[in-house]
Design a protein around this ligand. Structure first.
Ligand code: HEC
Ligand code: HEC
Ligand code: HEC
Length: 435
């Protein structure tokens, strides 16, 4: 046997062993790494039922989270290794295919509420670690998840074959050799496991994300899901991350607070279940990737030293008739957010120059004022303070006025909020609408 043949034999033998040796899929290191990656992808966030007061905590990964889509409610599956109700019988190939292509064993197509168009970019190494974790690190739960029953024609899962051909990229992650390793790591995490675009990228008419990498102009320029608007994460001035430093972005993802902003809405769960567990190197990588995104999309502006900014102070003092929201702000909001809109440290977020406040679409602001909220509770973050609900305290017109004021005060300059916007949101999120 000459040297090169011997070398190729050794490589062949090593590959064979890696595939065929069962211990390999269950080495403790691989399982631990898989657990970390499952946090980065927030598998538990979508695959665990919501807690019901007075009942035992739902089992992690046993499925049963209802997800609103424009076509009806989609229920997440049991992905514990139970062989009857979960994925215990999945081979590695089955697992990789369902994550990357959204096709379960037997050819059943998944709805893209499962972010397989992003998971198509997960590397083979990471996929193996995830598989090891789900087979050997997760407790099996023998419990069926509720069945998804969408109306015709959306109950015809085979139709998704065409959707996938048209919209799901099925791409591998391409590292950019001209960029540093940190940037590439951030790009990988954001585009694949983190599936940040599932909320932050606008969707097209077929519910498709309009782009899966920075090479598409719409990527991460803001999108609405389940009546929350996830803001623009590009470097656009005003409504983007232009004024927020990389360190503050990393802190926001770790503790739910950074640069005076507090996480709210559907981002709270992302921080609680997922990003707070990422290590500093990965958080800094994500922040540096986001900071590199060129400005895209649109939104409001911020000019703190303008005459308009000075007029705010006068309006608050005199209760200006032209700006009826000023008086409402003083009585209902200034206690926490302060008359100058700068909030209070880690307790109450600033509203002046806050990019989420300047968002192109005000949906999240309206929903927050109606329902109230609280930032995430994290291992290392401050104790969360509550924002009260105003649904029963303010009328639709009053909420529209106070938010229009907030979006045009202290140098903020974003489009007004109308009574109709508020009425529509109130109807959409009222308890009997199913949300
Ligand atoms: C944004 C929510 C979301 C996230 C994040 C998510 N899933 Fe899912 N997943 C779903 C939904 C919803 C379904 C059911 C889709 C359907 O019925 O068509 C599903 C289906 C699945 C299935 C198919 C099970 C079966 O046979 O029916 C597997 C396997 C799966 N997910 C694994 C994962 C893993 C592993 C992760 C993390 C790497 C993950 N999912 C992250 C929402 C999510
Ligand atoms: C389930 C939907 C969802 C997912 C997934 C999601 N986000 Fe968000 N995100 C939101 C919403 C809604 C907001 C607005 C509320 C807020 O500012 O906290 C937001 C806000 C943010 C902000 C603050 C922006 C601003 O202008 O204040 C950052 C930064 C951010 N997300 C980063 C990320 C990253 C990085 C990921 C992926 C790891 C991600 N998000 C995944 C919904 C989501
Ligand atoms: C008792 C204190 C309190 C009052 C009163 C209050 N807020 Fe808040 N507000 C908060 C807290 C705490 C948060 C963070 C909420 C979260 O993270 O879910 C917040 C968040 C916000 C945000 C999102 C900013 C961000 O980055 O998180 C907006 C917009 C907002 N409040 C507007 C208002 C308006 C308008 C009023 C009056 C109608 C008001 N708030 C009254 C405490 C308050």
């Amino acid at each position: 046997m000459d040297i090169s043949r011997r070398a190729s034999f050794c490589i062949f033998a090593a590959l064979w062993m890696a595939n065929a040796w069962p211990q390999e899929t269950n080495s403790p290191d691989l399982v631990t790494r898989g657990a970390y990656l499952a946090k980065a992808a927030d598998c538990a966030g979508c695959h665990t039922a919501p807690p019901v007061p007075g009942k035992p905590r739902p089992q992690p990964f046993a499925g049963g989270l209802p997800m609103g889509s424009p076509f009806g409610t989609i229920w997440s599956s049991n992905i514990t290794p139970d062989s009857q109700h979960g994925i215990g019988r999945y081979s590695y190939e089955d697992f990789a295919r369902v994550l990357r292509e959204g096709v379960a064993p037997g050819g059943r197509h998944l709805y893209p509420a499962m972010p397989y168009p992003s998971f198509s970019k997960v590397s083979d190494d990471d996929m193996r670690a995830l598989y090891a974790y789900f087979m050997h690190g997760v407790e099996p739960v023998a419990q069926a998840a509720p069945e998804t029953k969408l109306p015709f024609p959306f109950n015809q899962r085979w139709v998704l074959t065409f959707w996938n051909l048209a919209f799901a990229p099925k791409e591998h992650f391409e590292a950019d050799p001209k960029r540093e390793a940190q940037w590439n790591r951030g790009a990988y995490l954001v585009q694949s496991l983190g599936h940040c675009g599932a909320c932050h990228t606008p969707r097209g008419p077929a519910y498709n994300e309009r782009g899966y990498t920075q090479s598409s102009g719409a990527y991460l320029t803001g999108g609405t899901n389940d009546h929350w608007y996830a803001p623009n994460l590009t470097g656009i001035a005003g409504a983007g991350l232009d004024r927020i430093s990389a360190d503050d972005i990393a802190a926001f993802l770790k503790h739910g607070h950074g640069a005076g902003l507090a996480t709210f809405g559907s981002m709270v769960q992302v921080v609680e279940d997922s990003t707070q567990y990422l290590d500093a190197a990965d958080l800094n990588a994500i922040a540096s990737y986001l900071k590199s995104l060129p400005p895209g999309g649109s939104g409001g502006a911020y000019a703190p030293h303008s005459t308009a900014a000075q007029q705010t102070v006068a309006a608050l003092r005199t209760g200006d008739n032209q700006r009826p929201g000023a008086g409402l702000f003083q009585s209902a909001c200034a206690r926490c957010h302060k008359s100058d809109g700068v909030g209070e440290g880690l307790k109450y977020p600033r509203l002046a120059g806050n990019p989420a406040v300047l968002s192109e679409q005000p949906d999240s602001l309206i929903r927050l004022v109606l329902q109230g909220g609280r930032p995430p509770s994290t291992q290392e973050g401050p104790e969360p303070k509550k924002m009260p609900a105003f649904a029963d305290k303010l009328t639709d017109t009053e909420i529209a006025r106070v938010l229009t004021f907030v979006r045009s005060a202290w140098g903020n300059n974003a489009t007004p909020v109308t009574t109709r916007d508020v009425r529509r949101m109130r109807a959409a999120v009222s308890p009997d609408s199913g949300n």
